[in-house]
Design a protein around this ligand. Structure first.
Ligand code: NAP
Length: 290
């Protein structure tokens, strides 16, 4: 997007708020690198105006948009088609404008999976996995893991009813055994022991509240675990620090952010995304936010 002209394809992020977003850094760096005539902007869209904003995508012939909090669930009635995975997750984070038809996708879970395999060096197929939290991000991650062929999932949440609902919907949607657990040391002991991968999906430990105690008792972590945190600011959360002290391997959330963006970029442009360039843009963007 060195020179914006009448042929520049516009992409964007709809969220509320959006000022913290690193997605413009990542996508614009990719456009520049490939010499693709595109431009990505962040738009603060109020929930009650999401329908109009998505009409705007059609009217302005935008290439597509990402959706973030609070729009991931609310977009469904305004789209022409939704991918089976997004339908299963119940949330859309990427919209592709195919000649005026808006197609909804979800790249969050697959983004996590790609980060887990490429950066974490772990293939979860056939393994048991413990997920802490049962919100939107947990749902995307749980469905992606289940469809990838994990042996079983444990889902622990402060509100245990929500964990039960997610476990039931994973079992129903992907045919994988999923059990709910209470978010307590006793509730988690057996699940942590059986799981190779522990994934924290709550916002506890996120900037600026970086020093609050993790929701997973670090005593349950062993050197055999890979401990993942979806939080990317800070890059190393208290949970990941404690996990390292316990001898475990760790994976932060920046890779998930990167790969959900990579997958969205490839759907929009039908070109291979320059992953290293996008990763560098994210790291630089994050450093500027501090
Ligand atoms: P969400 O839908 O609001 O869900 C939040 C989850 O965290 C719920 O399970 C909630 O439990 C739990 N929780 C919140 N505060 C808690 C506390 N004090 N103690 C215990 N549990 C608590 O949020 P989300 O969209 O899933 O996002 C969650 C996190 O993932 C955020 O930090 C977000 O930045 C991160 N994320 C990262 C990426 C990435 O690309 N790396 C992508 C998406 C999200 P209850 O049900 O009991 O309230």
């Amino acid at each position: 997007m060195d020179a914006i002209d009448s042929r520049t394809r516009l992409f964007g992020l709809f969220g509320h708020p959006v000022s913290h977003s690193l997605s413009p850094d990542m996508h614009n760096a990719a456009f520049r690198h490939l010499g693709y005539n595109g431009c990505y902007l962040a738009f603060d869209v109020l929930p009650e105006r999401l329908g109009e904003a998505l009409q705007g995508v059609r009217a302005l012939q935008m290439g597509g948009v990402n959706l973030t909090i609070p729009h991931k669930e609310g977009a469904f009635p305004h789209l022409d088609e939704v991918s089976p995975l997004a339908e299963l997750i119940g949330a859309v984070n990427t919209v592709v404008n195919e000649e005026g038809r808006l197609i909804g996708h979800n790249t969050d879970g697959e983004g996590f999976l790609r980060s887990l395999m490429e950066e974490g060096g772990e293939d979860p197929k056939g393994q048991e996995v413990l997920i802490l939290g049962a919100g939107g991000a947990a749902k995307a991650v749980a469905m992606a893991l289940a469809l990838h062929g994990v042996k079983g999932l444990y889902i622990a949440n402060r509100n245990v009813e929500r964990a039960k609902e997610l476990a039931a919907s994973v079992a129903r949607g992907a045919g994988v055994i999923a059990e709910a657990r209470e978010l307590s040391r006793d509730g988690l002991a057996d699940a942590a022991k059986r799981s190779a991968i522990l994934i924290h999906t709550s916002p506890v430990g996120m900037h600026p509240q970086v020093d609050v105690p993790p929701i997973l008792d670090p005593e349950l972590i062993t050197p055999d675990h890979l401990v993942c945190d979806l939080i990317y600011n800070p890059a190393e959360t208290v949970l990941l620090r404690r996990a390292k002290e316990r001898g475990a391997r760790t994976l932060g959330g920046l890779g998930m952010l990167l790969y959900q963006g990579v997958l969205a970029f490839e759907k929009w442009t039908r070109q291979e995304a320059p992953v290293a360039v996008m990763a560098q843009a994210l790291r630089e963007g994050l450093a500027k936010k501090k």
